[in-house]
Design a protein around this ligand. Structure first.
Ligand code: PBG
Length: 334
């Protein structure tokens, strides 16, 4: 046999290290564990309610009592963080978004209920006005424009109300300028020294958020798009400047969002800043995998595991994913 003038055998056989499950285990560079997972859940009014989200098969909106059950289940599975997103009754959506800092709004009630139940899980909350805004935007709208500084003042009140309710991690997902510094200052001034900020620093104006907007009931309200505050998917250097800014203003951890189409950003962030870096595998990414799986076009189970491992390989310390409980069950059962 001939290797075109070379030695009659390959000089390097990479396949040696892929020959068996044991050897592959031995040389594997990355691992996925339950400790890498943050589980986003949707909270709604009522009692005993678990209402399916049509565009996200397997995902439900839960009333507060069911959220407590979910938090207990997550803790038992070894998931370290649960992240709350409210589905606000349309009658509570206003121009001034005052429900956002109501100490008894859905998100704060769910936080207190999980705390009161004594469940050992970290609670993360979302800061942005869209669940409470009659205009569906993350900030105040005036004359078709999103107001930055006025919005930051409101976001600070929202963040403080979440801290008082007992959250551990605040996740500002609004993309206004200056909000991390403003929140950090007010948290410190009010004695919330240990509350962590996970900044959605590189959040893109993405088509992959569609199912989420249905899940929180924001799609009907939203006029126009979010391109004047969320990032252009064409940009990467800009993400570096945003991360640098948010870290300098007091962010403890940073997030890239969406996830799978933005793994290059995750890699750049991790290499450049070496800080705790997270990605959000958003609703549209989840829906794509579930829809293809339901049609029998891909193996959903394997696609879920592969997609999550790829976040780790890209440099992420963890992933926000709607798959969290399902993948935790798989990881726990081997
Ligand atoms: C809004 C917010 C969005 C998501 C999380 N927080 C949607 C948006 O920016 O319109 C999307 C999450 C997902 O798609 O899973 N503050």
């Amino acid at each position: 046999m001939s290797y075109a003038g070379q030695a009659p055998y390959p000089l390097t056989r990479f396949r040696r290290l892929r020959q068996s499950a044991q050897v592959r285990d031995l040389v594997r560079e990355n691992t996925l564990t339950t400790g890498d997972l943050i589980w986003p859940v949707f909270v709604r009014d009522g009692e005993g309610v678990e209402e399916p989200v049509t565009s996200m098969p397997g995902v439900v909106r839960r009333s507060v009592d069911k959220i407590v059950e979910a938090a207990r289940e997550a803790a038992d599975l070894g998931i370290p963080v649960i992240c709350l997103f409210p589905y606000t009754d349309p009658s509570l959506k206003t121009k001034d978004c005052a429900e956002a800092w109501n100490p008894d709004n859905l998100s704060n009630r769910a936080t207190k209920a999980i705390r009161d139940a004594g469940i050992e899980i970290a609670i993360m909350s979302d800061v942005a006005l869209d669940p409470y805004n009659i205009d569906g935007h993350d900030g105040f709208v005036e004359g078709g424009k999103i107001l930055n500084d006025e919005t930051v003042e409101a976001l600070v009140k929202q963040a403080l109300s979440q801290a008082e309710a007992g959250v551990d991690i605040i996740g500002p997902s609004d993309m206004m300028d200056g909000r991390i510094g403003a929140m950090r200052r007010v948290l410190e001034e009010n004695g919330h020294k240990d509350v962590m900020l996970m900044s959605y620093s590189a959040k893109y104006a993405s088509a992959f958020y569609g199912p989420f907007r249905d899940a929180v009931g924001a799609s009907g309200n939203l006029k126009g798009d979010k391109k004047s505050y969320q990032m252009d998917p064409a940009n990467s250097d800009e993400a570096m400047r945003l991360i640098e800014r948010d870290l300098s203003e007091g962010a403890d951890m940073v997030m890239v969002k969406p996830g799978m189409p933005y793994l290059d950003i995750c890699r750049r962030v991790k290499e450049r800043f070496a800080v705790p870096t997270f990605a959000y595998q958003v609703s549209g990414e989840y829906a794509m995998i579930q829809a293809a799986a339901q049609n029998g076009w891909i193996d959903g189970h394997k696609a879920m595991l592969e997609s999550l491992m790829c976040f780790k390989r890209a440099g992420c310390d963890g992933v926000l994913t709607y798959f969290a409980p399902e993948v935790a069950r798989v990881l726990n059962n081997g």
